[in-house]
Design a protein around this ligand. Structure first.
Ligand code: API
Length: 294
């Protein structure tokens, strides 16, 4: 099957974007993996699909937003992708609105195109109940830490064992954030997979490593569920700033320096949504022959 795609990136987190507003492509997980493959396909961290609102969607919803990780698994939310989604629907004349309401597995989000070309997204409120992350706390005691608490988890085998202190929360997708002294020397490659696949995360988890520069600036690296370390993770930046605010380390508006660029995150506290602002860029358009892969 020959399909049209758009390659996009938000702070270096890169995407293949597919337009299914005029008909479904019916791709399999293996075909999503093919599109994401950096040698045999186009190459991307995630595949984003633009669809009309689902049957029974809430009033006023403009689009549905479907996200698959590079490993082919469908996931609930993608922050950098939401900004690229907004740029895509404008550039492809699927809307002339400055703000759209978008239905995701995690609920409704509202991306808004700013004058300066950056995009701001209302990502909805963070979720802290472990069962809703999901995170299995059986036999674990929360560790008092600032105005909140973290969880001490043992990683690895005897040879390279470590106890990490994780702030666990959901932005619709699961995140486990630890504060480190220096992101450049943090053991992302070793601990990232150990955290992602830790048995206490039944749906796996995105592993964040945050260095607090000052109360309004952090550096962040994220080993993403289903994609590995990416140059930036939008929901990861939201989760890290929310955790830092609740740990008493950060103000309510923070610049997050990632390897791929800067995201600005704001959160006014409990019951409020997290607002994320950052870049969204179209890299190129293309066509590709997708093999039949059941
Ligand atoms: N790997 C994530 C999905 C993509 C999130 C990230 N690319 C973002 O910008 O939020 C997960 O499995 O939950």
């Amino acid at each position: 099957m020959r399909i049209r795609f758009t390659k996009m990136q938000g702070a270096g987190n890169d995407f293949v974007v597919l337009d299914e507003t005029r008909g479904m492509l019916g791709l399999t997980a293996a075909q999503y993996r093919f599109l994401a493959d950096r040698h045999f396909g186009v190459g991307a961290d995630q595949i984003l699909t633009v669809r009309p609102p689902s049957q029974g969607a809430a009033e006023g919803v403009d689009f549905q937003y479907v996200i698959h990780n590079a490993d082919g698994g469908e996931v609930e939310q993608c922050g950098n992708g939401a900004r690229c989604f907004m740029r895509f629907v404008r550039e492809h004349h699927l809307t002339d609105k400055d703000t759209v309401r978008v239905e995701t597995l995690a609920g409704i989000i509202e991306p808004r195109m700013s004058e300066d070309g950056r995009v701001t997204v209302d990502m909805g409120p963070p979720i802290f109940e472990p069962a809703r992350v999901p995170f299995d706390t059986a036999g674990l005691d929360p560790q008092p830490d600032g105005s909140w608490h973290t969880w001490h988890l043992a990683l690895g085998t005897h040879a390279d064992s470590a106890i990490v202190s994780l702030a666990v929360l959901s932005m619709g997708n699961p995140h486990a954030v630890q504060v480190v002294d220096n992101v450049d020397t943090a053991p992302v490659a070793r601990q990232g997979p150990q955290i992602e696949h830790h048995p206490r995360f039944p749906q796996r988890v995105n592993a964040g490593f945050m260095q607090v520069v000052d109360r309004t600036h952090v550096k962040l690296r994220v080993f993403e569920r289903g994609a590995g370390e990416t140059l930036a993770c939008g929901t990861g930046a939201c989760a890290a700033v929310v955790a830092g605010i609740r740990l008493g380390l950060l103000e309510r508006r923070v610049d997050v320096q990632t390897h791929g660029g800067v995201l600005t995150i704001g959160w006014e506290g409990e019951g409020h949504p997290v607002l994320m602002t950052g870049p969204a860029t179209t890299v190129f358009e293309g066509d590709i022959e997708v093999p039949e892969l059941p």
